[in-house]
Design a binder for this molecule. Structure first.
Ligand code: NAD
Length: 359
């Protein structure tokens, strides 16, 4: 039976990348009933809403979506589609595998890690008190009564980390490790300084780890983790982190495997999952058939695994890896120089993957 999947092309380079991804997914032989829905700046320009209710309803119905990137214009009061999606569907776990495929130029060819980032709490919870406002003054006065003085001219962001939020993200990391034949989970934190937020995260991680005796567990202080990732990446496997560190380490991981064009992702909740690249809409390349579709194609691989289509996922990943290794029919970012005239376009990269699947 065909899988019902919400297909969101997005904006900027999103539609080209999404189309390439749709084609390679169909080439695996797995059947999809795509429900195409819009989101992003083009939708905002047409109908005044970047994230229409029908798109959300579709995701609630199908429970699975694949999404091209969407632009968030700066300073317009425009709410990020990605933030809305994560909030509305409670997509609390962001899974970002960072694997260095053979043929990609990187100083870290041994990298094969999976970053599991908490998506809802921490300094990104949006609990902020602007400097100079009445609410800020009230909060500072409460803090002063509790013995913590904050300068009058300070802006304040609050960092909530809960037992509930920590437990479900750490379980996601261990479950992912089990299901994907991974052997170790590392929890990253700064518990030595932030004892009641990161300290709680670490304490919960240690407790949850006891339920997974088949998976090794360790923890690292976040600054030490960054140092070690770029000196001994082969020692790391699945890494689970609170929101802010997860965001930063995801980009570090993307850099280590050869760039944003190669880094896939999935945002997973209890009732829905949306798969998308780590990178943004790269609007300056819109409509040029130029950018690398690998990140979204590999997000498609993650989606296939999520749909229990493991054999098709492995075949597709192997085909993408083969095209990258051959290094011929790849986009400019995977060539020795960015102006290499032999670079192919987004759609021709997808053609090469399809040829490889069928060979
Ligand atoms: P970006 O990731 O869109 O692009 C930064 C640069 O990275 C590009 O100029 C390009 O050189 C390179 N790049 C990105 N994707 C590539 C690909 N597939 N192949 C080759 N090179 C690639 O980041 P940005 O310019 O900071 O953001 C543009 C917009 O995207 C912003 O509005 C931002 O809010 C949004 N954004 C969306 C998402 C999402 O939808 N999930 C994620 C991040 C950023």
């Amino acid at each position: 039976m065909a899988h019902d999947v919400t297909f969101i092309p997005g904006d900027g380079t999103g539609p080209e990348l999404a189309e390439a991804t749709r084609r390679i997914l169909e080439a695996t032989g797995v059947e999809f009933a795509w429900d195409r829905q819009e989101a992003g700046v083009d939708e905002y320009d047409k109908h005044g809403n970047p994230f229409p209710g029908v798109t959300l309803d579709s995701l609630k119905r199908t429970g699975v979506g694949i999404k091209g990137p969407t632009t968030t214009p700066v300073g317009s009061g425009f709410r990020s589609v990605n933030v809305l999606l994560r909030k509305e569907l409670d997509l609390y776990a962001c899974i970002r595998p960072c694997k260095a495929y053979e043929g990609v130029r990187t100083r870290f060819p041994e990298t094969d890690i999976v970053i599991v980032r908490e998506n809802t709490e921490d300094l990104y919870a949006g609990i902020e008190f602007e400097q100079g406002t009445e609410d800020n003054a009230r909060l500072r006065s409460c803090l002063a009564q509790l013995g913590s003085e904050v300068r009058e001219d300070a802006g304040i962001s609050v960092k909530p980390i809960s037992v509930f939020g920590s437990e479900r993200i750490v379980r996601s990391a261990f479950d992912y490790a089990r299901e994907n034949d991974r052997h170790k989970v590392t929890a990253a934190h700064k518990a030595n300084i932030m004892k009641f937020s990161d300290g709680l995260f670490l304490e919960v991680a240690r407790r949850v780890a006891q339920d997974y005796p088949d998976i090794e567990f360790e923890d690292r202080i976040i600054d030490n983790l960054c140092n070690q990732l770029v000196s001994r990446p082969e020692e790391y496997d699945v890494i689970v982190l609170p929101n802010l560190y997860g965001d930063i380490v995801s980009d570090l991981g993307a850099g280590m495997i050869g760039g944003l064009g190669l880094a896939p992702g999935g945002n997973i909740g209890s009732d829905a999952a949306v798969f998308e690249a780590t990178h943004g809409s790269a609007p300056k390349y819109k409509g040029l058939n130029r950018v690398n579709p690998t990140a979204l194609m590999l997000s498609g691989v993650l989606m296939l695994r999520h749909l229990s289509e493991r054999e098709a996922a492995d075949r597709l990943e192997a085909a993408i890896a083969a095209v990258i290794k051959q290094g011929e029919k790849v986009t400019y970012d995977l060539k020795p120089t960015r102006d290499d005239p032999t670079a192919v376009g987004t759609s021709q990269f997808a053609d090469a993957v399809i040829e490889e699947i069928n060979s």
